[in-house]
Write a new protein. Structure first.
Length: 260
């Protein structure tokens, strides 16, 4: 499918979704969100795609937030639907069932920061900055930022970001555990692609179960999380991929995983 606001392509079992509005600093509007949601659906159902990279066009911004002219027109009547649609986008990234990497090449503010938070991993360019500045506009993070950010860096630090509007540098994000890696700008996509390809070689069913165990287990009590872990581990112990993985290990050869 041809998109107007994003570029979606698949290379070496890795999906690459690029928000492509560099003249608007890749700002999100309803049309962009619809296209991102559609591309995420393609990536999720594709057997070829084993991992996904999300990035932005140009060198200035990953996604510099929401489209202000569109927000100006939104009031009480449709504000919640607007927020829920953005949450659907970030939730679909989180529940992709495959590892996703936000390759943050510049500003990731507001909805852009929230999109990155939905990803499994965040690799940042040294020039990247993350922030949730909505309060200055009389608004608040509405695409999952209040919830996901606080689960990663804690309530106090999250409220500091929201209430002050302060942005985090790439290295500050790394120190707080918000970023997994910081690299030079010219190395960003190379490192993101190498990381995605490394994961793409792993058994997809097992990766999906690991992601589910961590994402859902972290939101419940320990015993419930352990029960979920055992149930998912049990599924894998009966899988063809486990049989193949063990056989390849014993025979000292490279395994051929089928995702079953």
């Amino acid at each position: 499918m041809k998109y107007e606001n994003i570029i979606y392509e698949v290379k070496d079992s890795v999906g690459i979704l690029t928000v492509n509005r560099p003249d608007k600093l890749n700002a999100l509007n309803s049309h962009v969100i619809d296209e991102v949601v559609d591309a995420l659906g393609e990536a999720k159902k594709s057997e070829e795609v084993k991992a996904l990279i999300i990035t932005g066009s140009g060198s200035k911004a990953f996604v510099a937030g929401a489209d202000i002219p569109e927000i100006q027109k939104i009031g009480l009547k449709d504000g919640m639907d607007f927020s829920r649609r953005g949450q659907e986008m970030t939730r679909n990234v989180e529940e992709l069932g495959k590892p996703s990497i936000a390759a943050v090449n510049g500003l990731a503010l507001g909805g852009g920061c929230e999109l990155a938070l939905g990803c499994t991993f965040r690799i940042l360019s040294e020039t990247a900055k993350l922030g949730l500045p909505e309060l200055a506009l009389g608004a608040m993070p509405g695409y999952g930022g209040t919830q996901r950010m606080s689960r990663i860096i804690g309530k106090s630090r999250t409220l500091w970001m929201i209430l002050t509007g302060d942005m985090l540098s790439a290295h500050e994000a790394l120190q707080l555990g918000l970023a997994n890696k910081v690299v030079k700008p010219e190395e960003l996509m190379e490192v993101a692609a190498a990381t995605a390809k490394k994961m793409a070689q792993k058994p997809s069913l097992a990766m999906k179960m690991c992601i589910m165990a961590v994402n859902h287990g972290a939101e419940t009590d320990l015993e419930s999380g352990l029960f979920l872990e055992s149930a998912l581990a049990n599924i894998l112990l009966g899988s063809q991929d486990k049989t193949e993985g063990i056989a390849a290990f014993v025979e000292k050869r490279k395994p051929i995983f089928t995702g079953k």
